[in-house]
Ligand binder design. Structure first.
Ligand SMILES: [Zn+2]
Length: 135
């Protein structure tokens, strides 16, 4: 019963989040990550967040997002999971292999010197790539 209640609350939360995004944006770009692949990598000991991505219902969320967008004639743009969003400097485009190490949360671009927050930089790259794909 408790499990069912939590599942319902979670679904309700995802619907509200999706509703907000669909109301505020004309298109949404996401990284098409494979939860399965991430869970696999976790077995190898590298990824620690593979399971939490699955637990958070990322697939459920993107499905909800996709059909709510479609209802309004809007688009969900999926950026290929191999696109190196975390490695590219969004300012100059330099690819910094050092950021493959997931513990690198902030970094300075060796080429242009820009300082980056890992997640923010990746999000900007995903936005730009989504724009490029949907153009
Ligand atoms: Zn740079």
């Amino acid at each position: 019963m408790l499990h069912e209640k939590i599942a319902n609350q979670r679904r309700d939360f995802l619907h509200k989040k999706a509703r907000y995004l669909v109301d505020h944006y004309d298109a949404i770009g996401i990284e098409d990550i494979s939860v399965k692949a991430m869970a696999k990598r976790k077995k190898g000991g590298k990824f620690s967040f593979g399971k939490s991505v699955a637990d958070n219902g990322w697939n459920m969320f993107t499905n909800i997002l996709e059909y709510k967008l479609a209802w309004q004639g809007k688009q969900l743009v999926k950026v290929d999971k191999w696109y190196p969003s975390s490695q590219l400097c969004h300012v100059c485009g330099f690819q910094n292999d050092a950021t493959k190490d997931l513990s690198v949360r902030e970094w300075d671009c060796p080429k242009c010197g820009s300082h980056h927050n890992r997640d923010k930089n990746a999000a900007i790259n995903i936005r730009e790539e989504a724009r490029r794909i949907s153009a």
